[in-house]
Design a protein around this ligand. Structure first.
Ligand code: UDP
Length: 406
């Protein structure tokens, strides 16, 4: 058996029961039953960063909820040199549609680092779940006794074909592939499943903050609250189009007064973040605040207090930042791409946009119309409650793992 879920003073795991006020007693019971049915299964997740980005966010919450439900679920992070993460970031970009020069040197670095990780990982679990392309080739180095699942979180609308041909033989060694959306399905011999991510409403990023807590975070970073806040929360990544956000805000400001806050962090497996951040710094001016800080409570405070949240992505596997803001009852203006499309129904619980100009127009419209903000925000919160809370994600995984058990 794993460690007790109530250990140490003041520490307690969030359990499925804790979600009862949000999802109802029937759902709680159903999920608990499914968990009991696989309580002897030992699961391990492998990814490439403990911090920064949606995958780390999901794993940190999901692994704890699964353990609280009695399913032993571990999490390992592969280690790598900077040149390895430079290669894997290029692969990530290529899966989202960019070109890549897939030289032998790059393949060598990638495969060698994964081989070295495999040597020290000793994976002998009942289910192995490998996240994203970074650790993908691990499977080559194990005598497979258990089902292995590749969980790909990226926007697979148009993967670069050269890279795909290189990765496909690794992928096809797996027993199943899980993408975020059905439209990401690929030509593969491996069975494909689709599971959308979800958020933990009790995490530092999402729990309800008091007015004092919000004021404290804002004072700490010198964020003014005299004008409405327009916010985008994102890793500093070109796919999140931070420059487009700034351009849209500048257009909108000709008609409405507001403060823009762009907050981002740099994931440990994302070597391009610092560069993107620095490229934006010259845009900072009065009423445009650009912050690179690892502070989930600040993210929460900004999402909670924002009049409008943007997520003007050009590609987006799913987009947890959209879910997080919607959960706080805030209208989100999102790029009409990937997972954002699946969360926002245009004009109902948010807005979908395809250009800087459209984004600017929606900012103006929302800032001028409090009733519209309230209506859209209420619909947004309701759609997250019914579709994107962590218990739904846990149940999807319990179903998938359960299907592998005899
Ligand atoms: N995030 C954060 N601090 C930041 C920027 C992002 O904690 O400065 C979190 C954000 O709240 C979300 C995750 O990182 O939970 C990003 O996930 P998403 O799916 O939106 O995008 P990804 O980074 O995985 O592409």
């Amino acid at each position: 058996a794993g460690p007790a879920s109530h250990s140490g003073p003041g520490h307690r795991l969030i359990t499925v029961e804790d979600y009862e006020p949000l999802i109802g007693a029937e759902a709680v019971e159903r999920i608990q039953k499914k968990a009991q049915q696989i309580s002897d299964v030992h699961i391990v997740n492998v990814n490439s960063t403990y911090y920064g980005g949606g995958v780390a966010e999901i794993l940190s919450s999901l692994t704890l909820l699964m353990n609280a439900a009695g399913v032993q679920t571990g999490w390992r992070v592969i280690e790598g040199r900077p040149d390895y993460f430079s290669v894997t970031k290029k692969m990530h970009n290529a899966l989202q549609g960019e070109d890549i020069n897939l030289s032998e040197l790059k393949q060598d670095i990638y495969e060698e680092v994964v081989f070295e990780n495999a040597m020290r990982m000793h994976l002998d679990h009942d289910i192995v779940i490998v996240h994203d392309p970074q650790p993908l080739p691990l499977i080559r180095h194990f005598r497979k006794k258990a089902p292995w699942i590749w969980r790909c979180h990226v926007d697979m609308t148009r993967p670069n074909q050269e890279l795909w041909s290189y990765l496909a033989p690794f992928i096809e060694k797996y027993d199943a592939v899980v993408f975020s959306l059905p439209e990401y399905a690929q030509k593969l011999t491996t069975p494909q499943r689709f599971i959308m991510p979800a958020i933990n409403p009790f995490s530092t990023t999402n729990k309800q903050l008091s007015e004092d807590e919000i004021a404290d975070r804002f004072a700490h970073y010198g964020i003014p609250t005299d004008l409405p806040l327009v916010v985008q929360v994102s890793r500093f990544d070109k796919w999140k189009d931070p420059q487009g956000v700034i351009d849209a805000f500048k257009i909108a400001r000709k008609e409405v007064d507001a403060t823009l806050v762009l907050i981002g962090n740099v994931a440990t497996d994302d070597p391009e973040g610092q560069e993107v951040f620095e490229s934006l710094c010259h845009c900072a001016e009065e009423r445009i605040i650009i912050l690179s800080v690892p502070d989930s409570a600040l993210v929460n405070a900004l999402q909670q207090r924002a009049a409008v949240v943007l997520q003007k992505s050009l590609r987006e596997g799913f987009g947890l930042t959209v879910t997080e803001a919607m959960w706080k009852g805030v209208p989100v203006i999102g790029g009409d791409v990937g997972g954002i499309r699946r969360q926002i129904e245009d004009g109902v619980n948010g807005f979908l946009v395809e250009s800087v100009e459209e984004a600017a127009e929606r900012i103006v419209r929302l800032l001028k119309d409090k009733k519209l903000r309230e209506r859209i925000g209420a619909n947004a919160k309701q759609s997250v409650r019914s579709r994107f809370l962590l218990t739904r994600l846990a149940e999807d995984w319990l179903d998938l793992v359960g299907a592998f058990e005899p």
